[in-house]
Design a protein around this ligand. Structure first.
Ligand code: ATP
Length: 871
């Protein structure tokens, strides 16, 4: 077994020691900008008073004051304050939830310290630190290059210039700047300036980007609120005029008009949506999905297609070489860590016993950025898992660790080229080592190495290689071909290479993904695999996961397809393999043209445009590059496909809950408006006083509506197809339901009022007022699900709602029996007869919707069973 601390990376400098870092930190501080302004609690509090509703209330309070109605003025002031406090508590919770999401996005940096490459928070970098620059990484500080391989940097954030800039060591272009990002290649650089001293202070751009852009729902609800607002104004003016014509007191009618406006304008809706979505985003993080934009939470619920990559998302990304093939031998490989063996014909083989194997293992060890070392009895691998597997393979074969010979040139791996080569300076001669996808390596090989020496790579050899490659791929293995050549060229030329053999890597599917795929399919969501791996490997993995893929389309075939053809292909179950990032863009656009809502995963820098284009761009928290994360709406903290499906479930829950409370709030408002209007038309004295309306809407309903936003997901939430993208929040059925509730509660409270009016006006009004409050509380059960009965979703499954109910009913009791509130709200104490009356009238609200929903549920289930029996 080779020395556990291999020396083959010794050409890489060791970086700062712990002590040097501490000293530099003491001198230069942290790599961060002076704190970006955080929204303070005072601002959130005052924001509560900056809306149209409060304006109406202030006007109402002012009018009450000028009319000498001081208790009303006080009541209105209290309602404004209480409403402000409730709004503040909710919004502050949402704000802190968003803040913690922002903190989770804090940028990371790869650094070499004490000889070890590691990932640290970018804020802890110090001048002198040695940072590793990889494709897709955001550069965390100003730095001078020490090494660079084909390094290209996007400096558009700094200069506005969109073309990437090439960077080379020892020239003018050897400085890289904080806030820019690597689009190609690799480099090693020494940090020269951090934090506010960098030429560009945009480190926080990733951090600060949990967007607060208005979501579709907010826009829709804002529009609804405005429409209702105008309708209200018209009705309020009509009521005012009507009252005046009928000879009512002017002050009383003005107050009624104003309170009617308050009763109808759902001003608070957009805010409640923001709160619900923000809390939803916080709930998603607990399931490892970090929403970068609130829009994502909402759109996720409508996702109809998930385009997913394979490696690491559907599979474990724990690569192990299990098979090696050379022209004249096949080897089996055992074990996961370097203690395993390479076996040929039943006996363990060492590199020294096999000339071809020696070269193959050496290529895997040299043409790599992966490192392997032992720490506390454990093997630690850094770098890409594919490369790590090849380094481990070399250890298993007891390969000689190459001397620390410097890599003088490199053509890095990219998803477009699908191969990587390095030029290494030797004592006698230079060597080019190459590894990559077999078809990409074969095209640059002219010879093949066998146990008997070199041979030309003719048609026969080519066929043998392809057959071996296909056999491995069919078994679901990821195949890497390895090649080398000695050279006298100064430059790295990928041509006339000698083919060495193939390594087959197993990357098992994640066990939890198969059930997640079937859950997605049951929920009417299509899953399309788009991978850079070979079609045969991709197909094997798809069938292991029961992912339907009747057709396989390769990147090359896709290039030859007309748009119409691609549209047809996308109607069926299809899988895309050997693709390049540009293909993702075309697939997203075509699916969108079919009105699909597309969730697309990506991790590389070139995936960014497709991620931006997709309705929900999803990047990988572990594997993903900073650029991909910056372009995405959702970051998967565990890179796992299953998380996408749970996030979609969460998105559906949020949307359902918003619909529930919109229906609920509007049905409550409708009842009040109907009672008020009919009462004015028949000429009765005011059924509800202005302060009572405010109490109902702002104090009791608001709390219940927010609790409704916290409903758990319904059991059949993932059993129906996704909603349409612009599905109205309020359909025709919704409007009918709202009117039905409104008519019943409005007419019932009016009846109570008229029935008791001859006894005593205050008693009649208090009973009608309390009846309305309790009707509204009872109707919330009907809106807990728009189609399932309560017993099906669990009567006690939303404890917040039960708490809200207890609190609001207690508040109503106080309103009726506690003298300060009695004075403010002009109420009279109720007796058992009135409570009985209210109780009887509440019953239909509890029972009828439940009975109807139960009937629908039972009949629906019967039909389903019958149709499945027929099938
Ligand atoms: P997915 O898109 O599902 O993540 P992928 O990771 O297999 O798939 P790519 O990273 O584009 O997609 O890899 C494509 C092919 O390139 C692989 O099948 C493999 O043959 C080859 N390959 C992958 N990584 C390397 C590497 N580090 N060096 C050389 N070749 C590689």
């Amino acid at each position: 077994m080779p020395d556990p601390k291999p020396q083959f990376n010794a050409h890489t400098p060791a970086g700062l020691t712990h002590r040097e870092v501490e000293a530099a930190r003491a001198k230069h501080g942290w790599n961060e900008l002076p704190a970006t302004k955080r929204i303070g609690p005072a601002r959130v509090f005052f924001r509560q008073f900056k809306n149209f509703l409060v304006l109406i209330l202030i006007v109402a309070g002012f009018i009450a004051f000028t009319l000498g109605e001081y208790t009303d003025t006080l009541a209105i002031a209290l309602v404004i304050a209480l409403n402000g406090i409730l709004g503040f508590v909710q919004e502050w919770r949402a704000e802190t939830a968003l803040e913690s999401l922002r903190n989770m996005l804090s940028p990371m940096a790869r650094v070499i310290r004490g000889g070890c490459e590691q990932s640290i928070e970018a804020r802890s970098l110090v001048p002198g630190d040695l940072i590793v620059l990889e494709t897709g990484a955001r550069i965390p500080a100003d730095a001078t290059l020490q090494q660079a391989a084909e390094l290209r940097v996007d400096e558009s954030a700094l200069t506005g210039e969109s073309a990437p800039v090439g960077k080379t060591v020892g020239t003018e272009a050897s400085v890289v700047f904080a806030g820019t990002s690597v689009v190609l290649g690799r480099g090693l650089a020494t940090v020269v300036a951090i934090g506010a001293n960098t030429s560009f202070g945009e480190i926080a751009s990733l951090t600060g980007s949990v967007g607060l852009k208005e979501t579709n729902l907010q826009v829709q609800l804002g529009r609804l609120a405005r429409q209702l607002g105008s309708a209200t104004l018209a009705i309020a003016v009509a009521v005012l005029c009507l009252g005046l014509v009928m000879g009512r007191d002017t002050g009383e009618m003005v107050m009624t008009g104003l309170s009617l406006s308050v009763a109808m304008v759902p001003e608070g809706l957009p805010a409640v949506v923001t709160i619900t979505l923000a809390l939803g985003a916080a709930a998603m993080v607990r399931q490892n999905a970090l929403a970068r934009r609130l829009q994502a939470v909402e759109t996720l619920g409508a996702a109809s297609v998930i385009c997913t990559d394979k490696t690491g998302t559907l599979t474990e990304n724990k690569m192990t070489v299990t098979r090696v093939w050379t022209m004249d031998r096949t080897y089996q490989v055992t074990g996961y860590d370097p203690t395993g063996h390479i076996v040929h014909d039943g006996s363990v083989v060492r590199a020294t016993q096999d000339a071809v194997l020696t070269q193959l293992l050496k290529t895997g060890l040299t043409c790599t950025h992966a490192r392997l070392h032992r720490e506390a009895e454990k093997w630690i691998m850094t770098g890409a898992p594919t490369e790590g597997a090849l380094v481990t393979l070399a250890y298993k074969g007891w390969a000689e660790i190459p001397a620390p010979s410097p890599i003088v040139a490199e053509i890095p791996f990219s998803s477009e080229r699908k191969r990587m080569s390095v030029l290494v300076r030797g004592d006698a001669e230079d060597v080019v080592y190459c590894k990559g996808a077999p078809e990409q390596v074969l095209t640059i090989c002219t010879r093949v190495m066998t146990q008997d020496g070199l041979r030309d790579l003719g048609a026969e050899e080519s066929q043998a290689i392809t057959a071996a490659y296909e056999a491995m791929a069919r078994d679901g293995l990821r195949v890497i071909a390895l090649a080398l050549k000695t050279t006298k060229d100064e430059e790295l030329q990928e041509e006339e290479m000698t083919f060495l053999g193939l390594a087959g890597l197993i990357d098992p599917p994640r066990p939890e993904v198969k059930p997640a795929i079937s859950a997605a399919l049951r929920a009417g969501i299509r899953v399309i695999m788009i991978t850079g791996d070979s079609p045969l490997t991709a197909n094997a993995i798809a069938s292991q996961l029961s992912l339907p893929a009747a057709k396989m389309v390769s990147g090359e075939e896709l290039d030859l397809m007309e748009d119409g053809q691609l549209t047809r292909v996308l109607h069926d179950d299809v899988l895309f393999a050997r693709t390049q990032p540009v293909h993702k863009m075309r697939i997203v656009s075509t699916l969108q043209a079919q009105h699909q809502i597309v969730a697309m995963t990506g991790d590389g820098v070139n995936d960014a445009p497709a991620l931006k284009r997709a309705d929900i761009g999803i990047s990988m928290g572990i594997r993903g590059t900073d650029v991909a994360k910056g372009a995405s709406d959702l970051v998967l903290l565990d890179d796992n496909f299953t998380t996408i499906v749970s996030a979609i479930g969460e998105g559906r829950r949020q949307f359902d809950n918003v619909r529930k409370f919109v229906h609920y709030l509007l049905s409550s408002n409708a009842g009040e408006v109907i009672a008020l209007l009919i009462n004015i038309l028949i000429g009765g004295p005011l059924i509800f006083l202005a302060t009572q309306i405010l109490w109902m809407n702002l104090v009791t309903d608001g709390v219940t509506a927010v609790a409704l936003g916290l409903e758990k997901s319904e059991p059949d939430q993932m059993a129906h197809p996704p909603r349409k993208k612009n599905a109205a929040i309020l359909g025709i059925r919704g409007i009918i339901t709202i009117l039905a509730f409104g008519l019943y509660t409005g007419l019932a409270s009016l009846w109570v009022f008229l029935h008791l009016l001859p006894v005593d006006e205050d008693l009649a009004r208090t009973t009608a007022f309390t009846a309305m409050v309790l009707f509204e509380k009872a109707s919330v059960f009907a809106f807990r699900s728009l189609h399932l009965p309560c017993w099906r979703i669990g009567i006690f499954s939303n404890p917040f709602l039960l708490i809200a109910l207890v609190v609001t009913i207690a508040a109503q009791l106080a309103a009726v029996y506690w003298s300060p509130l009695q004075i403010l709200l002009h109420t009279a104490p109720l007796h058992s007869a009135q409570w009985m009356l209210i109780g009887i009238l509440v019953l239909p609200i509890l029972l009828v919707p439940e009975a109807l929903k139960t009937l629908r549920y039972v009949v629906g289930n019967r039909l389903k069973t019958n149709s499945s029996l027929l099938v």
